[in-house]
Unconditional design. Sequence first.
Length: 262
Amino acid sequence: MSTVFITGINSDIGLALCKRLQREKKYKIVGTYRTFNSNTKELASMGIDLVPLDLASENSTKKFCEEFDFSSINAIYFLHGTLNPIGIAGSLDYSSWETSFRINYLSIVQILLEAVSGLPNGSRVISLAGGGVNSAPINFSAYITAKISLIKLTELLAAEYSRLLFFNVGPGWVDTKIHQQTIEAKHVAECAYKETIRRYANNQFVSMDKVVDVLEFFLNSSNSNLSGRNYSVAGDNIGEQSLRELIHANNDVFKLRRFHGN
């Protein structure tokens, strides 16, 4: 039985993924949570192995890494994250920016530096990219730059550890609790706030089932050509032959690159 490790397991995406994997009865699931919310309670009732961990704390993450055995882990999902701090860059204090990088990026680096050498051959590392990495939405600079760093880390580790598979997934606009942070910051979130309200009014979201389908696809994929790239649930034909053909034709696709036009 494969063992799957999930950070932010009590997020809405984490809960949905756990339900899917548990139904298949092929996986032992271990996950971390920061707060005990209704999702955590449901996961506990499902018999999921839950570990409290504050990924905003370097010391808490360090202690966890020292005590946790990654040698039996076949897949890691990094599903935790925060949109905060929200606001124009010059209005944000450094400590809030640093905390955002700590949660969205550096905590993942810290775990992977400890885990990556000991993971079994063929293990998967799957992380969430989040929105805005291919454009410049205003007032989310800390979150977006952290996620861009994560995308590049995915490519770098895929090059250094060819025996492992690394995937970065942008889930798109999914109906999860993280959007509450945008709503609470309505006076500084500007366009993102208006778009969030519009999507709730029209129930216009990427379906959770589609997100979980993609997360499960990468869990089961052994195609090394797919590794080291950033994918969009809403925009890419993940799992289809057309996507594999696109990668075969252009090895730089779904990576951070700068091209000159003709």
